[in-house]
Design a protein around this ligand. Structure first.
Ligand code: HEM
Length: 508
């Protein structure tokens, strides 16, 4: 790092360290949670994992317990690794544990302050969260299901025509479905343009979301350092990402607004919100709220759904017996010559277990989204200081061998235990977060994922790829690191199951 920025950082660190030390000492007689040994001023910064953090946090939890504290430049980072501690703090004390830490890079510098995921609690948060929830309530969801139904067919058609690029097709079509739900039916070119703008913005978000990547998140005063100061390249980067994020939410909003004014808008989230705002006045009163709500739904739902869908394909390839059993169930109920419909869902209990196991085996958001505690509080005999950031190691909860024997194996039948055995924890209890910030898209996601997954496995055989000499291309099952994780690219052979292929051929 260059000298001028280093001096600023050092001076700032010292002030923060001393003030935090005084504050923590004064706050409670209970001990702080245990954790790995830490250095003065830097705390645990030097041992913080730079990728796949949930694995390291799980190892530390096995040594220090299910509540651990890390010291990051004097700031408390609390990791909860059991459902009980997560519920005790984030559900039962939700009034003081539902805030978000300040995402300086993302919200202040990159301008994502319209995104409810990153908003601090308060009046604005409640207004945005209410709007987002309204878009995802059961009455609204029924309007989206036909889009999911049609989009899943389009995806199957692409898989039939070009199976080797399956990950790209899943990304393209799940993004396209979300765009149609948010902005209405679009011409293919326009929809692709929206998706690629969103991809650019989300790439920036994912990079900035890497905890530890930008010091400005721990040392907020750095946001005042001008871009020309040596070492302050993050300012220039933030400006580029800010422009991309604005394009992602503004362009489709403006087009939908124009379509609405011309009387040609098709039903969508944005069209509904515009209509609601125009009920009482002649002008759209709060365009930022509409843009923010639609943007947040794309960002919240896009990568997470993609992750679960890729995990599903990976599981089907690595566990052919689970795949065969799912296909046998679908064939016996649906008949093998049409695609499953939502109305078949209650007759496919094994497939329900497949979906649950996908959510458990490799959860899309392994560490949840960080919460912030706004007041000093106690948790199971430990002091949790005001201002602490809290992460729930959802991955660890979903890999607890007491609850899920052989947790690394994909075993859907664990959710169909013999009648006198207890049912293991439903993974939905741990994978969608907690308290007032619990994922508002969880019910929609359940329908979306079910429809796409059940149709893929009904229509195709998913196997390991064979190379030119007939040898099997092994699949390692590795995962990429990030706030939202997903399988690293892998090869898969996708071949149509006979009768359904004919139905897909005739779909336009
Ligand atoms: C496999 C699918 C999904 C998973 C695993 C997932 C998981 C999560 C998690 C862990 C959180 C953070 C909760 C917390 O802070 O405690 C969250 C928040 C959120 N999710 Fe989801 N999600 C999924 C799908 C969706 C979908 C489809 C949508 C919308 C269409 C959505 C919209 C949101 C929003 C808006 C938030 C922010 C809530 C807030 O900060 O108040 N999610 N999700």
């Amino acid at each position: 790092m260059l000298p001028s920025l280093s001096c600023t950082i050092f001076a700032g660190l010292l002030i923060i360290f001393i003030s935090r030390l005084l504050r923590v000492r004064r706050s409670s007689s209970l001990p702080l949670p245990p954790g790995p040994p830490s250095l003065p001023i830097l705390g645990n910064v030097t041992v913080m994992p730079s990728s796949h953090e949930w694995l390291t946090y799980d190892k530390w939890a096995k040594i220090h317990g299910d509540i651990i504290r890390l010291n990051v430049f004097g700031q408390s980072l609390i990791i909860l690794s059991s459902l009980e501690t997560a519920r005790n703090l984030l559900d039962r004390q939700s009034a003081i544990s539902s805030d978000r830490p300040r995402f300086v890079m993302i919200s202040d510098l990159m301008g994502w302050d319209w995104a409810v995921q990153f908003m601090s609690t308060g009046h604005r948060f409640r207004k945005y969260r209410r709007t987002v929830q309204q878009c995802l309530q059961p009455q609204s969801l029924s309007a989206y299901l036909p889009i999911v139904e049609k989009g899943s067919r389009e995806l199957l058609k692409s898989l039939l025509e070009d199976p080797s690029n399956f990950q790209a097709h899943i990304k393209h079509h799940s993004g396209g479905m979300m765009m149609s739900i948010l902005y209405g039916e679009q011409e293919g070119v326009l929809r692709d343009q929206y998706v690629s703008k969103a991809d650019a913005a989300i790439d920036g978000l994912v990079e900035a979301g890497n905890v530890g990547k930008f010091y400005v998140d721990f040392l907020p005063f750095l946001r005042y350092v001008p871009a020309w100061v040596p070492g302050a390249g993050f300012q220039k980067q933030a400006r580029l990402w800010r422009r991309q994020a604005r394009e992602m939410i503004e362009i489709p909003f403006e087009n939908t607004k124009k379509a609405y004014e011309n009387g040609v808008a098709t039903p969508s989230v944005t069209e509904t919100l515009i209509r609601q705002q125009l009920l009482t006045t002649a002008h759209i009163t709060d365009p930022e709220l509409i843009m923010g709500a639609a943007g947040v739904l794309f960002v919240g739902g896009g990568d997470t759904s993609l992750s679960a869908l890729d995990t599903f394909i990976l599981a089907m390839v690595l566990y052919p017996n689970a795949q065969k059993r799912a296909q046998a169930e679908i064939d016996s109920v649906v008949g093998g010559d049409r695609l499953p419909e939502f109305s078949d869902r209650s007759s496919l209990p094994f497939f329900e277990c497949v979906l649950s196991e996908v959510l458990r085996w490799n959860p899309a958001v392994p560490l949840g989204v960080p919460h912030r505690v706004s007041e000093n509080t106690d948790l199971n005999g430990y002091q949790i200081p005001a201002g602490a950031t809290v992460l729930v190691n959802q991955w660890a909860i979903l890999h607890d061998e007491k609850e899920y024997p052989e947790p690394f194996e994909f075993r859907p039948e664990r959710f169909m235990p013999p009648s006198d055995d207890p049912m293991p924890l439903n993974p939905r209890e741990a994978s969608f977060g907690f308290g007032r910030r619990i994922c508002p898209g969880r019910h929609f996601s359940d329908s979306l994922l079910w429809m796409i997954m059940v149709r893929i496995v009904a229509a195709f055989e998913l196997d390991k790829q064979r190379d030119a000499s007939g040898g099997v291309v092994e699949v390692k099952g590795e995962y990429l690191s990030g706030l939202v994780t997903r399988p690293a690219p892998f090869a898969c052979q996708i071949t149509p199951r006979l009768k359904l292929a004919e139905e897909l051929e005739s779909f336009h």
